[in-house]
Design a protein around this ligand. Structure first.
Ligand code: F6R
Length: 363
């Protein structure tokens, strides 16, 4: 049932304030603590995390790497499952292995999990389907509470994965005493405010549609982001390729001058994801390099960022302000809506893109 929407994907995008709220409700206690017990997982037992997943779920892992390293001071390695499983990576006994999967049935992710059995200190999964193979074979499975996701392109599962991973990071920071009580409380109240901010972003739907109409004529699109916004650039590019069939690539903004800037001319839209955070000026200078080569920039930023830097850009998309750490969750919304409206403008099969399956149970 599409609940009045043209596609499951738009229904699932619109559901995000609700399901993110549900996920937050499951992982925060009324007293403002993280609802994951130390019997279940104790981060003082690990000195390293490996995170393994495929596709969009791997971008959730990559985002969590920035959080784990900055907030909980734990080193994290992220790998795509198809590479991890055959590389025979050494897993030291104080390693926590984390597997993220919407379906819980992805063959490569499951094989990677089995490889870690008997090697890692603990096997944790973050899944949407609690009865799935990956959930059953983990020491601990954390459900994301996104509800059934029908659209092949993952949307609400991604943002709910991020919410659960963020809660896990806060638990890690508490266990490892890398966070002050005050900073912890700030993050908790930021999380509680997130559903309302996501709703505000969804109100920008018409602006996203306008930007998508422009994108729909492109043959190639670049996405740029720096720091924790880099994985979001990857996610934006993947969503666009999957459902609109436009060739899209993402780069860490700082990598631009090491090659990809050679691609930029007046035909290449460049989507820049840049909330006004500590790295904003760096990203803006990369964006200006693009504009100097006549690249058409779509700047996604908050009102402060737009006011400082949208001179000469092709199109601006204004996001509501958000606490820095949670910006990746918010900026998933424009990534999804740009891809969605571009696909609709091109008339592709949004919910069932060619050559793709919802659950990849063969390698
Ligand atoms: C992208 C997408 C895929 C999946 C990937 C992993 O929109 O849906 O990249 O994220 O196939 O699937 P799960 O999460 O079920 O393991």
């Amino acid at each position: 049932d599409k609940a009045g929407h043209k596609h499951f994907m738009s229904k699932e995008i619109a559901e995000q304030p609700g399901v993110i709220g549900a996920a937050i409700g499951h992982y925060l206690t009324p007293e403002g603590q993280i609802n994951i017990s130390t019997q279940d997982i104790d981060f003082t037992q690990f000195d390293r995390i490996v995170m393994v997943a495929c596709g969009t779920a791997s971008y959730a892992c990559l985002t969590a790497k920035y959080w784990f390293e900055q907030i909980a001071r734990l080193p994290v390695e992220v790998d795509v499952a198809s590479e991890f499983r055959y590389r025979e990576p050494p897993i030291s006994p104080r390693t926590l292995a984390v597997f993220v999967s919407q379906s819980g049935e992805t063959a490569d992710t499951l094989a990677a999990l089995r490889y870690c059995e008997g090697k890692a200190a603990r096997i944790l999964s973050v899944v949407n389907v609690p009865e799935s193979s990956i959930a059953r074979e983990s020491d601990l499975a954390l459900p994301i509470h996104a509800g059934v996701e029908v659209g092949v392109a993952s949307t609400k599962a991604f943002t709910c994965q991020l919410v659960v991973l963020f809660a896990l990071v806060l638990k890690a920071a508490r266990d490892r005493e890398t966070i002050t009580a005050e900073a912890f409380a700030d993050h908790i109240s930021s999380l509680r405010g997130l559903p309302a901010i996501i709703s505000t972003a969804l109100e920008q739907n018409d602006t996203m549609q306008e930007a998508a109409l422009k994108l729909s004529h492109a043959r190639d699109v670049l996405f740029l982001g720096r720091g924790q916004m880099y994985p979001l650039a990857l996610e934006g590019a993947l969503k666009l390729k999957e459902i609109s069939y436009i060739h899209a690539e993402a780069y860490a903004s700082g990598e631009l001058k090491h090659g990809p800037i050679a691609l930029v001319d007046e035909h290449v839209p460049v989507v820049v994801m840049a909330p006004r955070d500590a790295l904003f000026d760096k990203t803006v200078s990369n964006m200006q390099e693009v504009m100097a080569r006549k690249g058409k920039v779509i700047l996604i930023s908050d009102s402060k960022g737009q006011a400082e830097a949208n001179d000469g850009v092709w199109f601006s998309i204004e996001m509501p302000p958000v606490p820095d750490a949670l910006a990746p969750i918010l900026y998933a919304i424009p990534a999804q809506l740009l891809a969605y409206h571009t696909a609709v403008a091109k008339g592709t099969d949004v919910d069932q893109p060619r050559n793709l399956a919802k659950s990849v149970t063969v390698e």
